[in-house]
Every structure is written in structure tokens, then in C-alpha cells.
Ligand binder design. Structure first.
Ligand code: GLN
Length: 254
């Protein structure tokens, strides 16, 4: 009997502590890099897109307000790891290296690394990038999986140089002004950038397929399972509706 009472008391104390904790923290901060349409982009003075929509649904179901911080892609994972932000949503690919620093939710979308070239480019397939004598200037967004792939497979392999930009927008801008031979970036933003800029096209041969997930402080299993629970209620229809909501074409100048 005593034992049961002790357990009940401990449980009650834990619940009170949890409730107090939840009350004192009413806002969850999401970090992102809002230059990645349709997942996140700036409209007026707001960050909108699929990721903010999912984040809003997650926070609403969990009873939190949502605050979105737009910052450099390269600082997102470390910011979450240090507790500066509660979670990151940025079309963020799950990688082994990132898993060392943060915990990921279940995956909610798939991304594919694709290659954007000028329409008249001599590069007509991904294989051309690895052909003998290839020496291309490849643009990427710093710290992305596109950067990692290009650095390993092109620069380190002697097939050219990699130029790293703060945003995908900046990389595509450099491509349109002839400073690069191609840009390697995720497929959905690639489609947006190509639609917004004449004279660019996406190679039909994709490169690498990846999974997107929400990243949070390592070991924050409470947040992780709460997020997973909300994600599990999201249907393909919900996701497609969000995709339709997100405007499809973003001009390069913000
Ligand atoms: N999916 C890529 C990555 O996680 C790019 C994400 C982005 O640029 N926002 O590295």
C-alpha cells in the first residue's frame, strides 16, 4: 500500500512539474532559412510555406504559440543543439552527421538533389559532371546536403570547384549571371527558381534522394513523440493541400 502511495505521489509531483513547465513556456521557437520555396519563404514580413504550416499545426495541437526565426542555414542545427531554438524545420535532410547533434522526428517529406543548368548548357545529364576532363563551377547553398555531395563527388574528385552561397537564391542568381556552370539544390525549390527565371532548366537525371524531418535538441523525447504523434495524423491529402497553398513561383529578388 505504502509503495502504491509513494508511486502515486511521485506521479502527481511529476505531472505538476510537467504542467508548470508547460505553463512557463508558451512559445516554441522554430528556426529556419526562409529562402527555400515552397517549404519556407518570405511573404511581406512573414515566413510562410509548408514547414511553417506543419509547425503551426504541431504547436496548435500541443498548445503552444509558434515563433519563427529566419536565420542562416548553416547555424540551424547548432542553434537547436545548444537550445537556442526548440526545433528546426527547413526542408532539413536527415543525415548521420546531423543525427550526432540533434534528434529527428519521423520524416514528413522526400527531397531529391537536382542540377539546374542554363538551357544551352553543355551539361545535359548528371553523368556529364563526372566525365573525364570535366571542370565545372558548381554553386550550392553552404552547409546543405547539396554542398556535401558536390564537395565530395565533384571538388574532391577533381571534376571542378564548388562555390558556396548563403542562400539558394544567391546561388541561382550567380548562375543566371554566368558565374557558374550549374547549381545543385533540392527539387522543389529548384522548380520554383527555374519557373521564376527564364533560360534555366533542371536536368532530368536526379542525383540523390533524401528524407526531410524536424530536428530538436537531442534527448528531448517529450517533444519528439508529441511531434511524431501530430505528424502521424497528417494525411497525404493534408500535405498536398499545404503544397498547393504554398505559392509556386518566387521571384529571385526578395
Ligand atoms: N535538404 C537540404 C539539406 O538539408 C537543403 C535544405 C535547405 O537548403 N533548406 O541540407
Amino acid at each position: 500500500m505504502k509503495k502504491i502511495l509513494a508511486v502515486a505521489l511521485a506521479l502527481a509531483l511529476t505531472l505538476t512539474a510537467f504542467a508548470a513547465c508547460a505553463e512557463s513556456k508558451e512559445t516554441l521557437t522554430m528556426a529556419t532559412n526562409a529562402s527555400f520555396p515552397p517549404y519556407e519563404y518570405v511573404e511581406g514580413d512573414q515566413v510562410v510555406g509548408i514547414d511553417p504550416e506543419i509547425a503551426a499545426a504541431v504547436c496548435e495541437k500541443m498548445g503552444y504559440d509558434l515563433e519563427i526565426v529566419d536565420t542562416e542555414f548553416d547555424s540551424l542545427i547548432s542553434g537547436v543543439a545548444s537550445g537556442k531554438y526548440d526545433f528546426v524545420m527547413a526542408g532539413m535532410t536527415v543525415t548521420e552527421e546531423r543525427k550526432q547533434m540533434v534528434s529527428f522526428s519521423d520524416t514528413y517529406a522526400t527531397g531529391v538533389q537536382v542540377v539546374i543548368v542554363p538551357e544551352d548548357s553543355a551539361i545535359t545529364s548528371v553523368d556529364d559532371l563526372f566525365a573525364e576532363g570535366a571542370d565545372n563551377a558548381v554553386g550550392v547553398q553552404q552547409g546543405t546536403t547539396g554542398d556535401i555531395c558536390a564537395t565530395e563527388d565533384i571538388e574532391d574528385a577533381g571534376f571542378g570547384t564548388v562555390e558556396r552561397f548563403k542562400t539558394g537564391t544567391d546561388a541561382v542568381l550567380a548562375l543566371t549571371t554566368g558565374k557558374l556552370d550549374c547549381v545543385i539544390i533540392d527539387n522543389e525549390p529548384a522548380k520554383n527558381f527555374v519557373a521564376a527565371n527564364e533560360g534555366l532548366t533542371i536536368l532530368e537525371t536526379p542525383w540523390v534522394e533524401e528524407d526531410y524531418a524536424i530536428g530538436m535538441k537531442k534527448g528531448n523525447t517529450a517533444l519528439q513523440s508529441a511531434i511524431n504523434e501530430v505528424l502521424s495524423t497528417m494525411t497525404a491529402d493534408d500535405y498536398n493541400a499545404m503544397m498547393d497553398d504554398a505559392i509556386s513561383v518566387q521571384p529571385l529578388s526578395k
